[in-house]
Design a protein around this ligand. Structure first.
Ligand code: HEM
Length: 415
């Protein structure tokens, strides 16, 4: 039975059951759900949010931040890391600080970040025969080292991983608004800022610094009156660097490898590009693989005014001010209007059609780094001869009941 048929069979006075049905599809056959919705109810009024599923409408929502804002993000972000760009629309905080942070996350660094990701990913892949748990050893370890070595946020491994998990969980994976998850995020933010203040104070005292990492650049920049980058704003933005990096990148690396291992022809195509050192081709294949299981298929927004979505179409619908709008980027990436032959695996699609790093006003600050670190980590894995998933449950991605991948075991050689 199709998604909508099952959904409509659940009584309307059972909103929890209807939501559970949507969540089950989101965690499972989300492609089937979105295909049904795009064809039959493209703007879908679900109990706690309205889902927007066609590419043209997703682009419409994400490109109009004054109409569809990120205001709800402030509930988890403000008490944890302070005011932050991803909880503010077309404000000084977003405009000014995104600009400053872009200036220190330089495009010139892209080769350095790619090389770092490659070196860190290669470490646990030594030997002609072997096995590895991809999540701790590569998925999380690659971004962890980017945070410590390239960003220069040199806190201990266990603290960075714990802060990153707690904040990402509450900020992006807490649909029900579970107060316990929010509390852990606030506690993590407080602990992170308490660690950062003396760390940064020491650097301010020693400035101007040699610009060996991103934090050093931030310190030097913040001493310039023209930058108007106050110390508390520096702290929030250094927190943001960590929050954005670890679980996102880990999940992308792990799920891309899983998608390549799932279909022999994809793995062959990827291996051929890797062996030919055709980096552009290889990277395209990785982001195409990720399209079949992206780290999220939704960006949430808050309708600031009553507004019709899908104007001029038979499915046009007015969304009332105050509605939570689910801009379904995962659906848009399977809409033939954006992705011709969407069910086909094509590694040469235009990079600009993907929404892995969001779209519009809040498009990812670290997208240019993820764009190289994710495929480079995957490349090191794909280059192992005889690469395969470990037999049994260990060879499947294990979320261990949580919001992010925890284990995924691979093997190589010995065939
Ligand atoms: C490399 C380190 C990363 C950093 C420092 C970072 C940081 C950020 C920041 C600060 C924003 C908000 C920008 C704004 O409000 O204007 C953002 C948005 C976003 N990032 Fe990243 N990010 C990183 C990696 C990633 C990765 C690897 C992914 C996914 C594969 C990702 C997916 C997203 C998405 C989907 C958004 C849009 C959120 C929305 O529209 O609500 N990010 N990122």
């Amino acid at each position: 039975m199709a998604f909508l048929e099952e959904y409509d069979a659940i009584p309307a006075d059972q909103p929890q059951m209807r939501i559970a049905h949507i969540v089950e599809y989101l965690r499972g056959d989300w492609r089937a759900m979105y295909e049904d919705l795009r064809a039959n109810r493209a703007v879908f009024d679900a109990p706690i949010f309205t889902m927007v599923t066609r590419a043209t409408d997703v682009l419409d929502v994400l490109s109009q931040p004054r109409l569809y804002s990120v205001r709800p993000n402030s509930v988890s972000m403000d008490p944890s890391v302070g005011p932050f760009m991803l909880a503010r629309d077309q404000t000084e905080v977003n405009w000014h600080e995104k600009g400053l942070m872009q200036a220190v996350l330089r495009w010139d660094d892209i080769p350095k970040v790619r090389a770092l990701a490659g070196d860190v990913a290669a470490e646990p892949l030594q030997g002609e025969t072997g096995e590895a748990d991809l999540v701790p050893l590569i998925g999380r370890h690659v971004p962890l080292r980017i945070v410590q070595d390239y960003f220069g946020f040199a806190a201990p491994d266990d603290r960075l991983l714990a802060w990153s998990f707690a904040t990402q969980h509450a900020m992006f994976r807490n649909l029900s608004g579970d107060p316990d998850i929010v509390r852990k995020c606030v506690d993590a933010g407080e602990e992170m800022r308490a660690w950062l203040w003396p760390f940064l104070a020491e650097k301010w005292a020693a400035a101007p610094l040699e610009e060996s990492d991103v934090v050093s650049r931030i310190i030097n920049l913040s001493r310039e009156p023209a930058a108007a980058f106050a110390p508390d704003r520096v702290v929030s933005n250094v927190c943001g660097l960590l929050v954005g990096t670890i679980e996102t990148m880990s999940q992308a690396i792990v799920q891309a490898v899983d998608q390549l291992l799932g279909v022999p022809s994809r793995l062959e195509e990827a291996r051929a590009a890797a062996q030919a050192n055709d980096i552009a081709r290889f990277d395209g294949i990785v982001f195409e693989a990720l399209r079949f299981n992206p780290i999220t298929t939704i960006q949430f927004r808050f309708a600031e005014v009553d507004r019709e979505i899908g104007t001029g179409t038979p499915y046009a619908q007015t969304v009332k001010a105050g509605t939570l709008v689910a801009a379904c980027t995962g659906s848009a990436m399977f809409d033939p209007d954006l992705m011709p032959d969407p069910d086909d695996f094509k590694g040469d699609r235009p990079a600009s059609s993907y929404m892995h790093f969001g779209f519009g006003h809040h498009a990812c600050l670290g997208g240019h780094l993820g764009n190289v670190a994710i495929p480079e980590a995957v490349r090191q894995v794909v280059l192992k001869p005889g690469l395969r998933r470990k037999a049994g449950p260990g060879g499947q991605i294990d979320f261990a009941g949580g919001p992010f991948p925890e284990h995924f075991r691979i093997e190589w050689g010995g065939l």
